[in-house]
Write a protein that binds this ligand. Sequence first.
Ligand code: FAD
Ligand code: 3HM
Length: 378
Amino acid sequence: MATGQRHAEISGGGFAGLTAAAALARMGWSVRVHERAADLRTEGAGIVLWNNSLQVIDKLGGTHDLMSRSMTPPAYETRMNNVIQSQETLDGIRWRTLTRSHLHQTLLFAAREAGAEVVAGSEVVSATPEGRITFANGDSAEADLIVGADGVGSAVRDSLGVPLERQRSGDGITRFLVPRRKAELQELEPETEWDNVIDFWNLEPRVLRVLYTPANKDELYIALMSPAADADGSRVPIDLDLWTSVFPQLAPVLADAAKTPGKYYGYQTTRLQSWTHGKIALIGDAAHAMCPALAQGAGTAMQNAWTLAEAATAAGSGELPAALTEWERLERPYTDRAQDRSQWYADTREMSKGGQFVGESVETACYNPTDPNRHEVH
Ligand code: FAD
Ligand code: 3HM
């Protein structure tokens, strides 16, 4: 560590932790990331990123890598009972679809390029507001800044006893990454633009939905939604006959999904009393897990990782706790609103009406956390 260089310890090598690592290292910090898993990779299928996180990736030098295996579909289409409700071309909004593993690789590369150390198989058990972090193997370390980016079950957060609220919704989703099979789909329904994101809703006689999201030219992300109370709809591996009977036009890709075990996630929101405690800041699902309706869980994680790194870097060492409090005061409202809106969409299923990517719903998507003038009133 260079003399005078400040040091950050980060719990969690997911999207939040790797973004914070890359940002802090680029801003001159020495950084060590602890990832509990033995491998540095991510679980899950596909993801949608919007301007707010794409701006951060620009700043981390990861855009070329990200663009190499991702796409911007021609439109975001919404159907009810297979009747098109809207086809939103999202003009003027920057967005990208990709696999979670590609995003993870892009961020891991950016963090290492910037000089961060990323340690796999290192589990954090606790941290103190004074700046001590402790690991499952009994070791501990001191840091100027500790970032709790260890997901919805955060050990850093829970070791501090931070009061939190969990709000659950009745619906949930199982996600799969499968081959595109575009030619087969075209044969089944030639009039469909199979490069679009297509949100296939059915509410009557039964609530079943498939969110179809091409992630690149070869891979397709499909998310199957049903109420948790519907035992057959939420069963994994999926009930192929049920899903194919409701979505016959998706038969080839549903058959692929049925071959993998899958995991059903009930939608939920976590809200904390406070994101910062002395020298500790919590970001990502550790601080603000949200329903996926607006596709902003990882987006807000990355936006908050970036703005945290900037705020911590601008503060002198002794001023860090106050700077973190001020960071939360300024930045948190954007994420609070994204959480509330995503929870509302999950509870009301209003996305089934289509035409949702306007006005308040795209506030977070359009936010630019790297704009120095972002808090100015225009
Ligand atoms: P995580 O991804 O959970 O990463 C935490 C990391 O910390 C993990 O690698 C974990 O192994 C590690 N860890 C945990 N405990 C410890 C410990 N004690 N010590 C060390 N390491 C530890 N977001 C979007 O932006 N767009 C989308 O399209 C989107 N779709 C979604 C669809 C669904 C169905 C769901 C459920 C979520 C979706 N999200 C989406 C949200 C997004 O996946 C999460 O918000 C995001 O992964 C959070 O990143 P994170 O780094 O905070 O947490
Ligand atoms: C990208 C995305 N969008 C919406 C949902 C949802 O409403 O469950 C999930 C997603 O992965």
